[in-house]
Design a protein. Sequence first.
Length: 297
Amino acid sequence: MLITSCGNSIKLAQELAKKLKAKYTPLSISAFPDGDIYLKFNAPLKGKTVVIVESLFPHSQISLLRIIFAAETAKDLGAKKVILIAPYLAYMRQDKRFHPGEAISSKIMAKLLDKAVDKIITIDPHVHRYKRLQDLFHIQAVRLTSNHLIADYVKKNFKEKGKNAVLLGPDWESSQWAARIAEEVGFASTILEKTRHSSRHVSVRLVKTVPLQGKEVVIIDDIISTGKTIAEAAKLVRRLGAKKVTAIGVHGLFVENALPKLKKAGVDKIVTTNCIEHPTNGIDVVTLLAKELGKER
């Protein structure tokens, strides 16, 4: 087995290789003067399983194209199998044609990867209208969840320290994470109903009222992008008496100055998994990925 990365997840790929005692080899990637991709493997691939570890953020378009180039090159060089580990899988939001003429980007992304790789492994993808990844991909597709890892973090940093916390899902889509983790940890939980007025303007309200006065609130979401939803949630729980707010995200994108927005809204601490490399990383997914990838040996 040979493990590599196209640039976005080098550290994660190296740690995964170390965990599995597998070979990590870097790719040589650059561009010709006109912008065309130059890509080169630096190890023999014939007869090997090649694992590409690459979150599709930042620069999702470039990342996707690099994955396709790397996978096709690996096959051409004799690899027996190409596996993509995409801890963060982009293009999942556009899962239907909301307005006439729109591209359904999730289907297009899946078609491209179907042809390039033999198997895909991802963590907590933004599955909404698809009930399972097999509704989108024709190759073997494995959907892992970071729920237990987040639950362990919450236990160690809240329950074991005797803190009185409430877990909160900032919208219906994130409620699955908050509710399942709350059940595992033994904390109360609630969710917010989100009304999206535009891509950057949302409003929220509590669906189920729970006492928040003097409590620590842990907001759990799958993606922290612009931070607007979590910011509105933080403002609301602060008004309802929460004494401290922690935000936990599976995938931390933090676009459009999200971090300052979250701090200004009253979020005291922000923690993410290392699905996307970021200074807020505090929850490690290497063991989760290594367990799944170990099945290939």
